[in-house]
Design a binder for this molecule. Structure first.
Ligand code: IFM
Length: 441
């Protein structure tokens, strides 16, 4: 195709979602229980029937097909599949079979995440991710899932954003189980690694050709005062804890301090077939002498346009170079890269089209310069339940009213569709968004 910035043949254009945020009536997990507490969620909102996907996801799958998407990332709800310890619900598993089949029928490649923040209540009551039993429990659940639906899925994410889950539950303590405690956080870190590895091997035992990884939340941390040694150190500490420790364990099997003393565990080694990146924002860090805050206060890097606000302030910021910084940092690991989530909350869609074109231009530039980036999953197709922020954050390409369930495509949907259909950034589109015919601003 001339006059366009073409993406490689076979590039995956998708959307990403999760079970609790879309299915509705997931009453048997810890998030549902948390939502019932007064004040837990913004404006007392609840997930309720969410996007009603358990009853009818197929209509939204039709939308994906019309948009020209060729992949979709969804998650399985453990609390539906194993409602009581050791009891697997064949009806629930069959419903997931039907969903995966429906995706294939529409030419959309399914990608499955096994864990996306929610746990069955029975698991939570047994200590959840603090209890070493989680490793075997998660592995057994994975084995059962792979037996039942493995023939319909070749791309797996064991855990979505493991260290966001850890941070919200055990560092900030704002998500269940609300246990801010550094020692527990370390224990959960190890369990997340070993549960991931258990699931990785369980999938590969059944499906040697499967592609398995995690959806890893990535952040870039700048020192708030560039020449301040404390700020520099606090920013570097975050990268060490949330990146170096994780990739050292999952790629080399090496447990760096404070997870270990540098010993190698072959069980953990080589358990990422590709690198999945969820990227939303970059932060600046100011040193604070408080170990419980990991010696830093985080804020947004100044001087950039901000997105819609969550209950705690702006959710994210315009940051086209951030994605590039992250991808370049991960390239030396030598694994294919997929952007497993990227998105912007923007209810009136006055920022997202411009943002999307800028982000995809950056992605194209990275690929042109040699990065092995094979797909992009936009968060998300339809507005959905955004955890503590309830229904106040509008990430959808399609606006959805949770009461009426009426869907209204935003301009961003048309735009993303044009790009996905063309597998390229057409020049006239780049020009319209001020990116110039070369794609270079
Ligand atoms: O909605 C979440 C998703 O569950 C995990 N990644 C970030 C998204 C937007 O906050």
């Amino acid at each position: 195709m001339t006059g366009t910035r073409a993406f490689p043949a076979g590039f995956r254009w998708g959307t990403a979602s999760s079970s609790h945020q879309t299915e509705g009536n997931n009453q048997n997990n810890q998030w549902w229980r948390f939502e019932q507490q007064p004040g837990a969620i913004a404006f007392g909102q609840r997930s309720g029937i969410a996007c009603n996907w358990w009853a009818n996801v197929e209509a939204d799958f039709d939308q994906m097909a019309q948009l020209g998407l060729n992949a979709h990332r969804l998650s399985l709800e453990w609390s539906r599949i194993e409602p009581r310890p050791g009891e697997f619900d064949e009806v629930a598993l069959d419903r997931y079979r039907a969903m995966l089949t429906a995706l294939h029928e529409r030419g959309i490649q399914p990608w499955l995440a096994l864990h996306h923040f929610t746990n069955p209540l029975w698991l939570e009551e047994m200590g959840g991710w603090e209890n070493p039993a989680i490793v075997e429990q998660f592995t057994t659940y994975t084995e059962k899932v792979v037996q039942h639906v493995g023939d319909l899925c070749g791309h797996w994410l064991t855990i979505n954003e493991p260290l966001v889950y850890l941070g919200q539950g055990w560092l900030r303590g704002v998500w269940p189980p609300h246990h801010p405690n550094l020692l527990l956080a370390l224990r959960v870190y190890r369990h997340l690694l070993y549960a991931h590895a258990g699931a990785y091997h369980a999938i590969h035992n059944a499906q040697p050709d499967a592609q398995v990884s995690v959806a890893k939340a990535m952040r870039h941390f700048d020192p708030a005062r560039p020449r301040h040694l404390g700020d520099q150190w606090a920013a570097r500490l975050r990268r060490y804890l949330f990146e170096d420790l994780w990739f050292s364990a999952t790629l080399d099997g090496r447990l760096l301090p404070p997870l270990g003393i540098g010993q190698v565990d072959p069980q953990l080694a080589n358990t990422l077939d590709f690198i999945g990146i969820n990227y939303y924002a970059r932060y600046q860090v100011t040193f604070t002498p408080n170990p419980a805050r990991l010696f830093g206060c985080e804020g947004y890097t100044l001087g950039r346009e901000l997105s819609d606000s969550s209950s705690r302030g702006p959710y994210s910021q315009f940051d086209p170079d951030g994605l590039g910084i992250i991808c370049r940092r991960l390239q030396p690991y030598g694994k294919p890269i997929y952007i497993t989530e990227h998105g912007l909350p923007d209810q009136d869609d006055d920022q997202r089209p411009r943002w999307l074109v800028a982000q995809l231009t950056e992605l194209h530039r990275l690929i042109r310069d040699g990065a092995d980036i094979r797909g992009y999953f936009h968060w998300t197709l339809v507005d959905n339940f955004e955890w503590n922020d309830g229904w106040t954050m509008h990430f959808g390409l399609i606006d959805m009213d949770p009461i009426t369930q009426i869907r209204t495509p935003r301009h961003s949907a048309t735009l993303y569709s044009r790009i996905a259909h063309a597998n390229a950034l057409p020049d006239n589109l780049l020009a319209r968004y001020g990116m110039g015919s070369s794609g270079e601003k």
